[in-house]
Design a protein around this ligand. Structure first.
Ligand code: AMP
Length: 282
């Protein structure tokens, strides 16, 4: 496994692989890797070569967000990647990615204007821009994203479709801790007490999912029950509990077709997200 930090090194490696006719799978991450990331890397193993990027992208953080404190541990990440058969880690600096000045952005309407887009107004512009850049650098055949960030997955799929990017996007299921909490690099911010309180997210998700699976079709009833569950936890503060159409990310009243039920909840100062999907393959 190679670890490189320049765009040129990635391009040179990819050029060699292409000459040999190798297919390339790509997993973009911000590092501090856990089993959720590993599930994407394992899925990418269906290609001949696997590239992982580790880059805490400043452009996708708002001014009052956790860019400076976001956890980083390249040594640990490299060991995990090596153990899962990764061929190349791309670990650029912000200067390598954005130079001294940078004026171009990839932006999107509609899908970015709900859920996390409301509380994180610059977030998805930063995500789309960096992912488009990474796709141009790595030129993968397939790229792998977690359903943990379901809105991000929908947005990336739409960007690839709208801009005719020549690759396939693969979505992978949410990986959870044994007690249900969705794995996240941000879980490391939680104190012992907060870690316990954070279980309210998955409890609420499982409750909503069960209601829908048992036949409830009134979005409001599900959202009300999920909200009440979260409000039982004194350390939790709701950012949103919403049910949206899976393709447009617009809120729905009736559960039909593909829907995403997504929540964002502050546990103390840490903002966590979780979701479930229903009626896929609309
Ligand atoms: P991040 O490093 O948080 O930007 O995440 C990189 C990729 O890993 C994204 O596509 C995430 O959706 C995915 N991911 C993060 N946590 C999980 C999880 N618990 N289960 C599945 N995928 C995840």
């Amino acid at each position: 496994m190679k670890i490189v930090s320049t765009i040129e090194e990635v391009r040179n490696q990819v050029k060699e692989w292409r000459k040999e006719g190798q297919k390339i799978g790509f997993v973009p991450t911000m590092g501090y890797l856990h089993e959720g990331h590993m599930s994407l890397i394992d899925a990418a193993g269906e290609n001949d070569k696997v590239v992982v990027s580790i880059f805490v992208n400043p452009m996708q953080f708002g001014p009052n967000e956790d860019l400076a404190s976001y956890p980083r541990d390249l040594e640990h990440d490299a060991a995990m990647c090596e153990a899962h058969g990764v061929d190349l880690i791309f670990h650029p600096t912000p200067e390598e990615m954005y130079g001294e000045s940078f004026y171009s952005y990839v932006d999107m309407n509609v899908l970015t204007q709900e859920l996390c887009g409301l509380s994180r107004p610059v977030h998805f512009r930063g995500v789309c821009t960096v992912v488009a850049k990474l796709f141009n650098i790595v030129t993968p055949d397939k790229a792998y994203f977690g359903q943990k960030d379901a809105q991000q997955l929908a947005i990336i799929k739409r960007m690839v479709k709208d801009l005719n990017m020549p690759l396939q996007i693969v979505g992978c299921p949410i990986v959870r801790e044994e007690d249900g909490l969705a794995k996240s690099s941000r879980n490391t911010y939680l104190s012992k007490e907060e870690r316990k309180a954070a279980l309210v997210l998955s409890r609420s998700i499982f409750l909503g999912k069960e209601m829908v699976e048992k036949g409830e079709r009134d979005a409001k009833k599900v959202i009300t029950a999920m909200t009440a569950e979260i409000e039982k936890e004194p350390l939790a503060k709701i950012d949103y509990v919403k049910m949206v159409d899976l393709e447009t990310m617009q809120q729905v009243e009736t559960i039909e077709g593909g829907i995403l039920t997504a929540i964002a909840v502050y546990i103390g100062k840490t903002r966590l997200i979780d979701n479930f999907m229903f009626g896929l393959g609309k």
